[in-house]
Design a protein around this ligand. Structure first.
Ligand SMILES: NC(=O)c1ccc[n+]([C@@H]2O[C@H](COP(=O)([O-])OP(=O)(O)OC[C@H]3O[C@@H](n4cnc5c(N)ncnc54)[C@H](OP(=O)(O)O)[C@@H]3O)[C@@H](O)[C@H]2O)c1
Length: 258
């Protein structure tokens, strides 16, 4: 491998991608598998996890590790499951997430609890429980990586009434910076803040508004799998070993040029 390819290589690394069975998590997991990493994908539905792991295994190494991350105990169980199978984890992608939209008057406590538990608290708990595995990965000046999937809705005020979602993502960006300080120099912690990408969560929005969104986006399209996979590969590679606490928008300029 030449020096430039080696700089951006993630071959031989072990990665855990939560919510890796669908949407953005699957895009990142597929990118990591193709780039030669050994990838664990996690989500609640074991049969979907198995099916996607089988599909991605055609390109390399991908395994299912089902878990419900909406509770601290669920996060602990996933970390234990991974630690029993792998001596170290080089890359943790905290991607699993949920949204909720309702008019202000109908936005109740459940709409806060469900979203904050998964989008914010699970990121903290899983990172905490996987820390020994992440710290076991550090070699020389190449730290382990935590990559949180935030959102441009945590940067600008969203169009739809998704109060707990937007607040959870803004909080996740701040948690990224806080953990970056605490976990250095052994682990870097960065976030990707995606704009619109095709996924289960985005299906209804894109069915109604894709053309409007594309017209408002300086780069005139929604995100493609390689856009988010490319950024996630860079963040996991040695090329990003001096970057921590950064929030990187991958949004075609939608939020960043406003
Ligand atoms: N798509 C976009 O345009 C966009 C834009 C900005 C940010 N994001 C962020 O990107 C991330 C992925 O979203 P997506 O759009 O790709 O959505 P998606 O297609 O709905 O995928 C969500 C994933 O999370 C898993 N999940 C849901 N609840 C879970 C739980 N309690 N425990 C464990 N896993 C759970 C889902 O699998 P199961 O249902 O089987 O558990 C699925 O694999 C989220 O954090 C989202 O906020 C997405």
């Amino acid at each position: 491998m030449d020096r430039l390819s080696e700089l951006f290589s993630i071959a031989g690394k072990t990665a855990v991608v939560t919510g890796g069975s669908s949407g953005i998590g699957k895009m990142i997991a597929a990118g990591y598998v193709s780039a030669g990493s050994r990838v664990y994908i996690s989500s609640r539905k074991a049969e979907v996890c198995d099916e996607v792991a089988r599909e991605l295994s055609r390109e390399g190494e991908c395994f299912a590790a089902p878990a419900d991350l909406s509770t601290e105990q669920g996060c602990r169980l996933l970390a234990t499951q991974i630690a029993s199978r792998e001596p170290r984890v080089d890359i943790l992608v905290n991607n699993a997430g949920a949204t909720w939209g309702a008019p202000l008057e109908e936005f109740d406590d459940a709409a806060w609890d469900r979203v904050l538990s998964l989008n914010l608290k699970a990121v903290f708990h899983l990172t905490k429980f996987l820390l020994p595995s992440l710290e076991a990965s550090r070699t020389g000046d190449d730290p382990a990586r935590v990559i949180n999937i935030g959102s441009i809705d945590g940067i600008r005020v969203p169009v739809l009434e998704t109060y707990s979602y937007a607040a959870s993502k803004a909080a996740l960006h701040q948690l990224t910076r806080h953990l970056a300080k605490r976990l250095a120099p052994n682990v870097t912690v960065n976030a990707i803040a995606p704009g619109p990408f095709e996924s289960r969560m985005m299906r209804a929005t894109l069915e109604m508004f894709q053309e409007t969104i594309e017209a408002a986006t300086p780069l005139r399209r929604i995100g493609r799998p390689e856009d988010v996979a490319g950024t996630a590969i860079y963040l996991a590679s040695r090329a990003a070993s001096y970057l921590t606490g950064a929030i990187i928008p991958v949004d075609g300029g939608l939020a960043t040029t406003r």
